[in-house]
Design a protein around this ligand. Structure first.
Ligand code: HEC
Length: 170
């Protein structure tokens, strides 16, 4: 009797996926009591967790860089202030974020009057070159960027994060 029970359990645990999915589908179609919900979540977890365990650590690292980079771009570096165009009401233009923009205010001697597109990385830059630029101030040709581009000296983790995030944008 107990062996039978054990075997039955094994079949559910390692049985073919379609059968498990069908079982879950059946359960989901039932407006279940809280106890059923717990079983559903457990079964869902059992299916999802192998995928999590197999996830590529390199991808995870890259995903973390992107999240951190987005935070710096949007909340610390204020890159949008100069690199995103605004409409006549001063609102960011949807779909044009970090696509390059006129520098607001009266032109100053030695200042650039526009900023380049940096979404998807600036033209001619690799991800690594953008990171180096944000860390050292050296552009891809070895010079310095003109004002009002701030001469950032980010630490290498922040710089790599921003570069990784910019690369994900269109
Ligand atoms: C105060 C305005 C301003 C802010 C803020 C700003 N930028 Fe810029 N950025 C510029 C301008 C202007 C240029 C063009 C400089 C040039 O052509 O020499 C530029 C150029 C760049 C370049 C290309 C470098 C080159 O000239 O080859 C990159 C990359 C860049 N910015 C990234 C960023 C990032 C990332 C942020 C936020 C962390 C940021 N910028 C914030 C104004 C700004």
């Amino acid at each position: 009797m107990s062996t039978q029970h054990f075997e039955k359990k094994l079949v559910v645990g390692s049985g073919p996926r379609p059968r498990i999915c069908a079982a879950i589908a059946r359960r989901f179609s039932i407006k279940g009591a809280p106890r059923r919900l717990t079983i559903q979540s457990f079964l869902a977890l059992a299916i999802v967790s192998p995928a999590v365990a197999l996830a590529d650590p390199e991808n995870d690292k890259q995903a973390q860089l992107v999240v951190h980079g987005r935070y710096i771009v949007e909340h610390v570096g204020m890159c949008e202030d100069c690199h995103s165009p605004r409409d006549s009401h001063g609102n960011l233009v949807p779909g044009q974020s970090l696509h390059g923009a006129p520098i607001p205010g009266a032109p100053m001697p030695g200042w650039k009057t526009t900023s380049p597109k940096i979404a998807g990385l600036p033209a001619g830059y690799t991800e690594a070159q953008v990171a180096t630029f944000l860390e050292t101030g050296r552009t891809k040709t070895g010079g310095a960027a003109s004002p009002p581009m701030p001469p950032y000296r980010m630490d290498s983790h922040d710089a790599q994060s921003v570069a990784a995030y910019l690369k994900t944008l269109k």
